[in-house]
Write a protein that binds this ligand. Structure first.
Ligand SMILES: C[S@@+](CC[C@H](N)C(=O)[O-])C[C@H]1O[C@@H](n2cnc3c(N)ncnc32)[C@H](O)[C@@H]1O
Length: 353
């Protein structure tokens, strides 16, 4: 005898199959593989929507509903008996109200995870920064394969959004310090929450120099591996002299993902990068890497041309060798290494004022 469905599950089952017709009848050959199918489906469920991490930090409701419905249909199409555990999970989802935020969890090669609380909408509260963008995934993959560039370094991330790249780096690349930065108050608040959610604390000493009414004192403390983490309120358009000289004295590597999408912002960003790369003190070096999703070739070309016009050179860096996260394959992501041009357009060598 097959498992007994509760009345709720039985009702759900007929709802689920009403539109697509009943599952096909069971043939004797299919019965033989039923135990294997059942185990496979439970494994898939257990590693996705029924994973303990996903139960604690649930993904978008609509995603879970579609995923569970599809899993149930695939399972029952093999002729197997219905699985209560899937119907119960679907029932829970259907009884939950849709929210405007969700969690997303990413598994790192070490087995560690990054969990983020983010918005469901691409633009919300007047910013694009409350969701994870494609280039953030590629930049994180590249970073995990570029330990020589990031280990024990002080890293400044521009336009960090909700923090995927930075948290993946903190968990896998042992930076000395990591400065998440953005100019939007809600984004700064959200990235601070995500830092905390992933077991890290903000470095009190550093914060007092840089920001941030939005960050609660309770979130200050010592982070794993003693990585110093800060959230910096940094607008490229209105960077202060104090911030600039602080970054120039302390930061080794600047990174950013998906910040190149608007011609107005591109001009501001290029000017800021020129200011930052100029006058680095005491023979130090500062490396800049920017990952961009190429959605519009004209905008991206404008970025490269504007960099050159702002006294900066760029070279394309080989992307990550291994893909770790599932991504939209319709767009390509390119990473540029940006440096200061040695010579001005009139042929004179650049000299710091
Ligand atoms: C498309 S989102 C990308 C977020 C994140 N890097 C990612 O890839 O998921 C662009 C981010 O750049 C930030 N940004 C835009 N203009 C900025 C400026 N002038 N100064 C600082 N941050 C800015 C936005 O607030 C937003 O968080």
């Amino acid at each position: 005898a097959g498992p007994r469905l509760s009345r709720d599950s039985a009702g759900l089952r007929s709802d689920l199959w009403r539109e697509t017709g009943d599952p096909p009848p069971v043939s004797p050959c299919c019965r033989r593989t039923e135990a294997a199918d059942r185990a496979a489906v439970l494994t898939v469920g257990g590693e996705t929507v029924l994973h303990p991490l996903c139960l604690k930090y649930p993904t978008a409701l609509q995603y879970r509903r579609l995923f569970l419905s599809e899993l149930i249909k695939k399972h029952e199409h093999t002729g197997a008996d219905p699985l209560d555990v899937l119907y119960n999970a679907l029932g829970d989802v259907l009884n939950t109200e849709e929210n405007t935020v969700c969690y997303k969890s990413y598994f790192l090669p070490s087995g560690d995870t990054v969990t983020l609380s983010e918005s469901l909408a691409i633009i919300s509260e007047g910013t694009t920064g409350l969701v994870t963008w494609e280039a953030a995934l590629t930049l994180a993959e590249w970073a995990l394969q570029s330990l020589d560039i990031l280990k024990h370094r002080t890293i400044l991330e521009l336009g960090s959004g909700v923090g995927l790249t930075g948290l993946a780096i903190c968990k896998s690349c042992s930076p000395k310090k990591y400065l998440f930065s953005d100019h939007h108050p809600r984004v700064l608040q959200q990235v601070a929450k995500n830092i905390h959610l992933n077991g890290y604390y903000l470095d009190e000493e550093h914060d007092s120099q840089h920001i941030g009414q939005s960050v609660k004192a309770a979130e200050h403390g010592i982070s794993p591996e003693n990585i110093k983490i800060s959230v910096v309120d940094l607008d490229w358009q209105s960077v202060t002299e104090k911030q600039l000289s602080h970054f120039q004295a302390e930061v080794d590597v600047v990174i950013a993902a998906d910040i190149v999408y608007d011609p107005g912002t591109i001009i501001i960003l290029s000017k800021f990068l020129n200011q930052l790369l100029s006058c680095i003190k005491g023979g130090r070096t500062l490396e800049v890497y920017i990952a961009s999703t190429i959605r519009n070739h004209e905008t991206y070309t404008f970025f490269k041309v504007t960099l050159n016009g702002s006294g900066l050179s760029w070279q394309v860096v080989p992307g990550p060798k291994n893909t770790l996260f599932s991504q939209d394959v319709n767009f390509s992501v390119e990473i540029l290494k940006i440096t200061l041009q040695q010579y001005r357009r009139d042929g004179r060598k650049f000299v710091c004022a």
